[in-house]
Write a new protein. Structure first.
Length: 403
C-alpha cells in the first residue's frame, strides 16, 4: 500500500469515529433533556412565581406556652402545603407567604395578635388561632377588620350564628359529644357517667355538650370535675369520680393535661370506660401517656389513625403522600394547617388575579365537597369537617386503631 493510501485510510477512520461519538453524544443529550423537561418546567414556573408579589397569609398560633406543641404541628402542616403550592407555580402565578405571630397560648394575646395581622392590609386572610378558648375572643376582631379567618377551634359558637368573615376546620364539639354519648349509653348500655373537663372555654363547652346528650341516651351524669391546662396531678378529681359510682368517664381537653390524667387513672387502677375528646387525639398524647393511653376511646377524623386504616382508604392515600415531607411523624393537627392553606388557595384562585379580602371570603363560602387530608369540606355554613369523616377508634399498643 502506498504512503498516500495509508494516510487516506487513517483519515477516513478518524472521521467515522468522530461522527459516531457526535451522534451518540447528541442522542444521550436528547434523552437527558426529555427526562428533565417536566422538572425544568416546574422549576421555571416556580421561579417566575417567586419573583411576583406574594399572597400573604397571617398565622395566629401559640408558638410558645402550653399549646405550642400542638400548634407546631399546625404551623408545619401549613408550611409544607405552602411549599408544595409554590413549587407548582403558586396561586395565579404568585407565591403564598406565611406571616406567623405568637399568641403565647393566651386569649388576650390572641386578640392582640389577631388585630396586628388584620390591620396589615397586605395580608389577604388569617389562619388561627386554635382551640375555642383562643378563637372565640378573636372573632369580633376579624369581623371588625373585615378579614377572612380560617380557625382551628371546634366550638360551634365560632360559626353559629354565621359570622361573615370567620370559618373553622375542626369537627364541631356537638357532633363528637353526640357520638360519644350514643356509644356509651346505647351501645355499651352504661347508666352512670362522669365528666372531667379542662377549666376554660373549650372544656366548658365540651362539658355542656356531653352533659346534654348523655341524658338523651339514657345516662345520668353523677360527677363533673375540672382541671387546669397546666395541671400535673389530677388524682384528687379522679378519686371523687371513682367514689361517684361512674361506669364511664369522658375527658374533654387538650393533649398535655390528658396524658397526665391517663397516667393518674392507671395509678389509681380505675376501671371505667374512658373516652377522650377529639382535641386530645394526637401523637403528643400517646408520647407522654405511653401505655396508660391503652384502652381509651375517641371519635375523631380518620386521619388520626391513618397508619392503621385500610390501604384503599381515601384519606390514607393522601396522607401517605404528605407525611414524608414532615420533620416529625404525621399528626392530625398537621392536617389542620395543610387543609386550611389549600382551602384558602382554592378561594384565592377562584377569586381571580384581583382577589381581595371580601372576594376571597365569598369564594370560601362557595367551596363544596372539597376533599383534603382530614375531611371533605363544604363551607356554606362556615363549619368545618363533615360528620362523614368521623370514626371511632381506640388505643392499642400505644397506637390509634379503628374500632
Amino acid at each position: 500500500m502506498s504512503k498516500s493510501s495509508k494516510i487516506l485510510k487513517i483519515t477516513l477512520t478518524i472521521l467515522v469515529m468522530t461522527a459516531l461519538v457526535f451522534t451518540y453524544g447528541c442522542g444521550t443529550q436528547q434523552v437527558s433533556q426529555t427526562s428533565e423537561t417536566k422538572t425544568s418546567a416546574n422549576q421555571t414556573k416556580a421561579t417566575e412565581a417567586q419573583k411576583k408579589e406574594p399572597w400573604k397569609i397571617g398565622l395566629n398560633l401559640a408558638l410558645t406556652g402550653p399549646v405550642a406543641a400542638t400548634d407546631a404541628y399546625i404551623k408545619e402542616g401549613a408550611e409544607v402545603a405552602v411549599k408544595d403550592i409554590n413549587a407548582a407555580g403558586g396561586v395565579l402565578g404568585r407565591p403564598l407567604e406565611l406571616i406567623p405571630e405568637d399568641n403565647q397560648t393566651n386569649a388576650t394575646t390572641a386578640v392582640t395578635t389577631a388585630r396586628k395581622l388584620a390591620e396589615n392590609k397586605d395580608i389577604i386572610a388569617v389562619l388561627g388561632p386554635s382551640f375555642g378558648t383562643f378563637v372565640l375572643p378573636t372573632v369580633p376582631v376579624y369581623e371588625e377588620e373585615k378579614v377572612g379567618a380560617i380557625t382551628f377551634g371546634s366550638s360551634l359558637a365560632i360559626v353559629e350564628p354565621i359570622k361573615k368573615y370567620v370559618f373553622k376546620i375542626p369537627m364541631s364539639d356537638y357532633k363528637v359529644a353526640e357520638r360519644l354519648a350514643k356509644f356509651l349509653g346505647e351501645e355499651r348500655k352504661l347508666k352512670k357517667l362522669a365528666i372531667l373537663h379542662q377549666d376554660d372555654t373549650t372544656g366548658n363547652i365540651g362539658r355542656d355538650e356531653v352533659e346534654k346528650r348523655a341524658k338523651t341516651h339514657g345516662m345520668e351524669v353523677v360527677a363533673i370535675e375540672k382541671f387546669a391546662t397546666t395541671g400535673t396531678d389530677m388524682r384528687p378529681q379522679l378519686m371523687k369520680i371513682n367514689q361517684s359510682g361512674a361506669e364511664a368517664l369522658v375527658v374533654w381537653g387538650s393533649p398535655a393535661p390528658a396524658s397526665v390524667i391517663a397516667k393518674n387513672i392507671k395509678e389509681l387502677g380505675m376501671k371505667q370506660v374512658i373516652c377522650g375528646s377529639h382535641g386530645i387525639a394526637g401523637t403528643d398524647f400517646l408520647k407522654v401517656a405511653g401505655e396508660a393511653a391503652n384502652g381509651w376511646y375517641f371519635y375523631a377524623v380518620a386521619a388520626v389513625a391513618y397508619k392503621n386504616l385500610p390501604s384503599d382508604n381515601q384519606y390514607k392515600k393522601k396522607i401517605d403522600e404528605f407525611a414524608p415531607k414532615l420533620s416529625t411523624a404525621f399528626d392530625a393537627f398537621h392536617g389542620n394547617g395543610h387543609d386550611a392553606v389549600y382551602l384558602l388557595a382554592e378561594a384565592i384562585k377562584n377569586a381571580g388575579p384581583d382577589a381581595t379580602r371580601d372576594t376571597v371570603v365569598a369564594e370560601l363560602e362557595k367551596i363544596k365537597d372539597f376533599q383534603l387530608l382530614l375531611s371533605t369540606y363544604t363551607y356554606e355554613t362556615h363549619d368545618g369537617q363533615t360528620e362523614q369523616s368521623l370514626i371511632r377508634f381506640t388505643v392499642k399498643n400505644t397506637e390509634f386503631w379503628p374500632d
